[in-house]
Design a protein around this ligand. Structure first.
Ligand code: HEM
Length: 520
C-alpha cells in the first residue's frame, strides 16, 4: 500500500522501500518528533473542534481534509489550491489535529518571535503530529533536532562551534578529492546509460541517481577528518546500510511504534541494537584513534563536550547520526535540482562555465573563495534554485507555547503551526510578478533583509539548520566539477517523484564530455 492512501503516519507497514528510506530522510534534520518523548508540555489545543477567530469573531478559513501525506506528495497542488480557496492564512487537518498554515512573511515573523523562549516555558515545542513512536525514540530522541527549550540550547552550544563557516571552508579541499573521483566514475554508474561506446560520447542518468551518495562521504570526512581512511569508511558504510533498514522500520512499521515492541526478538529490534551499539563503538574507537594519531577532528572536539559533561554520550552519538545518516537525501536532492536547473537553461550554463573557467580547481583557496562568494553568478543561480525548490512543500510544524495574534487572528497557545514554503518563496509582494520564473539576477536586485522572512531554505526562525554553512558548498562543488568537464542538458520534463518525502525531482540529465583529458 502506498503511503498516499494510508490513514495514519504509522498505519502502513508496507511502504515501498524507496518511500521508507526517503521518509527516513525527513531529514531528521528537520525533525521534530520530540514532543512525544517524555515532555510534560503536551497541550496541543488545535483539535478538530477548535476554531480560530479574529477580533470580529470571524473564523479562520479551514480545509477539513487530512493533509498528512498529500502535503508532501502533492504539496504544490495542495498549497496552490488552498491559497486560492482560503487565502494567505488558513488551517488544515493533520489527522485529528487542526494545523495553522502561514504564507506571509509578516505572519512568519510574528510566529517565530521568541520561538526559543528566554523563559523555557514559552519556547516553541515540536509537534506531536509527526511523532513516530517508541522505535525511533530509542535511537534518535537524544539528537539535537528532536530537542527544544534548554536542552536544545545546551546541545547546540556544544555542537555549533564545529559547524561554523570556517570549518566548512576548511573541509572543501578534502571534499574536492571525492568530487573529482565521483565525476570520473559517473559514466560507469549502474544507473547511467551511455549514448555511444567512446568515452567522449554523452551518457544519461537520473539526476537523483547521479547525486545520491555524494554528500555522505563529504559530511563523513568533515566529521572524522584524516582518520577516515578506506577501512573506517567501509565500516561506516555498513552502518549506513543497517541505518537504512532501521529508518524504514521507524517510519513504516506500525508495530514498532508501540512500547511493547522492543521486547520481541524481531529483525527490526536486532538491527536497531546492531546500529546503536555499532555506531557507539565506531565513534568511541575512531575518536581514540584520532587522538592517538594527533588528528584534531570535529568528532574529537565534539567528544570533548561529553568528557566535559556538557552533553551526554547518547546526545553525541545521536546528533552525529542525525547529521550524517539522516541528511544524505536532503543534500543530494538539492544537488540534483541544482544540476537540473543548470541543464534546463543553457544560456545560464554557458555564463556559469565562463565564470568557473577562471577558477583554478587545483588551488584550494581559489575553490573555497569561489564557492563561498555571495556575489558571483554561481551564488545567484544556487539561490534561485534553492528558492524554487524547497526541500519540503510544508515544513515540519512547531507548537506555539504562548497565545499570539497572527494575521489578525487570535492563535491560542498549543496551536501547531507550519509554513507553506513554496508560497513564501514565491510571494509576489517580495519576489515580484515573475516570482515563479527562474531568474537568478533577482538576487542582485533585492537585499537579504528584504526577504528575511520570505526565503525558506535552512529555516526561517532562530532555530536553523546546523549544516547551513556546509550545504551550499557541497551543492555548488558538484556544479563546479560538472561545469569544468561536461555540458549538461535536462533531457526529460522535470516531474516530482511523489513517493518521496522530500521534494524530489524525476528527470534525467545528459552529460557530454567537454574534452578527453579529464578521463586520463
Ligand atoms: C541543501 C541541504 C540542506 C537543507 C536545505 C537543509 C535544511 C534544513 C532545515 C529547513 C532545517 C530545519 C530548521 C528549522 O527547524 O526550522 C534543518 C535542520 C537541521 N539540519 Fe539541515 N539542511 C541541509 C543540509 C544539512 C547538512 C549537510 C547537515 C549536516 C551538517 C544538516 C544538519 C541539520 C541538523 C542537525 C538540523 C537540526 C537542527 C536543530 O534542530 O537544531 N543539514 N535543515
Amino acid at each position: 500500500m502506498s503511503f498516499l492512501n494510508s490513514s495514519s503516519l504509522t498505519s502502513s507497514i508496507t511502504l515501498p522501500t524507496s518511500v521508507q528510506n526517503n521518509w527516513a530522510a525527513v531529514g531528521l534534520a528537520f525533525l521534530s518528533a520530540g514532543a512525544v518523548f517524555g515532555v510534560s508540555r503536551t497541550f496541543i489545543s488545535s483539535s478538530r473542534s477548535t476554531y480560530i477567530i479574529n477580533s470580529s469573531g470571524e473564523r479562520l478559513p479551514h480545509a477539513d481534509e487530512d493533509t498528512r501525506f498529500s502535503r508532501f506528495s502533492h504539496g504544490k497542488e495542495l498549497g496552490d489550491r488552498l491559497v486560492k480557496e482560503l487565502g494567505p492564512i488558513y488551517t488544515f487537518q493533520s489527522g485529528t489535529l487542526r494545523e495553522l498554515v502561514l504564507t506571509q512573511p509578516e505572519d512568519i515573523k510574528v510566529y517565530y518571535r521568541d520561538a526559543l523562549g528566554k523563559d523555557e516555558s514559552k519556547a516553541h515545542i515540536k509537534s506531536l503530529a509527526i511523532s513516530f513512536g517508541d522505535y525511533m525514540r530509542r535511537f534518535l530522541s537524544q539528537s539535537v533536532g528532536f530537542k527544544f527549550g534548554n536542552d536544545w540550547k545546551r546541545i547546540r552550544d556544544a555542537v555549533d562551534p564545529h559547524f561554523i563557516r570556517k570549518m566548512a571552508l576548511d573541509a572543501v579541499p578534502n571534499m574536492k578529492i571525492d568530487y573529482d573521483s565521483w565525476m570520473k566514475a559517473l559514466r560507469g554508474n549502474a544507473a547511467a546509460v551511455a549514448k555511444g561506446s567512446s568515452p567522449n560520447d554523452p551518457f544519461e542518468i537520473e539526476a537523483v541517481a547521479a547525486t545520491k551518495e555524494l554528500p555522505f562521504k563529504a559530511i563523513a570526512k568533515s566529521i572524522y577528518g584524516e582518520t577516515l581512511n578506506d577501512k573506517w569508511y567501509e565500516r561506516l558504510w555498513e552502518l549506513h546500510m543497517i541505518h537504512e533498514r532501521v529508518m524504514a522500520n521507524a517510519i513504516g512499521n506500525k508495530n514498532a511504534t508501540k512500547a511493547w515492541y522492543r521486547f520481541f526478538p524481531t529483525q527490526a529490534n536486532k538491527d536497531l541494537r546492531a546500529f546503536k551499539n555499532g555506531y557507539k563503538a565506531f565513534n568511541f574507537e575512531i575518536v581514540a584513534e584520532s587522538e592517538k594519531l594527533g588528528y584534531d577532528t570535529v568528532a574529537v572536539r565534539m567528544y570533548g563536550s561529553v568528557a566535559d559533561g556538557l552533553i551526554s554520550e547518547d546526545e553525541f552519538n545521536q546528533t552525529l547520526d542525525e547529521i550524517l545518516f539522516a541528511n544524505i537525501d536532503v543534500t543530494s536532492v538539492a544537488q540534483a535540482w541544482f544540476l537540473l536547473d543548470i541543464g534546463k537553461y543553457p544560456d545560464i550554463q554557458e555564463r556559469l562555465r565562463a565564470e568557473v573557467a577562471s577558477v583554478d580547481e587545483y588551488d584550494p583557496k581559489a575553490v573555497a573563495d569561489y564557492l563561498s562568494s555571495t556575489t558571483n553568478l554561481m551564488h545567484l543561480v544556487h539561490s534561485e534554485s534553492a528558492r524554487l525548490h524547497p526541500i519540503l512543500w510544508y515544513n515540519i510544524p512547531e507548537v506555539i507555547s504562548v497565545e499570539k495574534n497572527i494575521g489578525g487572528y487570535h492563535i491560542p497557545r498549543g496551536t501547531s503551526v507550519c509554513i507553506s514554503t513554496y508560497h513564501v518563496n514565491t510571494n509576489p509582494a517580495i519576489w515580484g510578478s515573475d516570482s515563479t520564473s527562474f531568474r537568478p539576477e533577482r538576487f542582485k536586485e533585492i537585499s537579504s533583509s528584504q526577504y528575511r522572512h520570505a526565503f525558506w531554505r535552512y529555516g526561517l526562525g532562530p532555530r536553523q539548520c546546523l549544516g547551513k554553512n556546509f550545504a551550499p558548498l557541497i551543492v555548488k562543488l558538484v556544479a563546479l566539477k560538472v561545469l569544468k568537464t561536461h555540458r549538461i542538458e535536462t533531457v526529460t520534463d522535470v516531474d516530482f517523484d511523489r513517493m518521496q518525502f522530500t521534494v524530489t525531482p524525476k528527470a534525467a540529465l545528459r552529460f557530454t564530455p567537454l574534452r578527453m583529458s579529464f578521463l586520463s
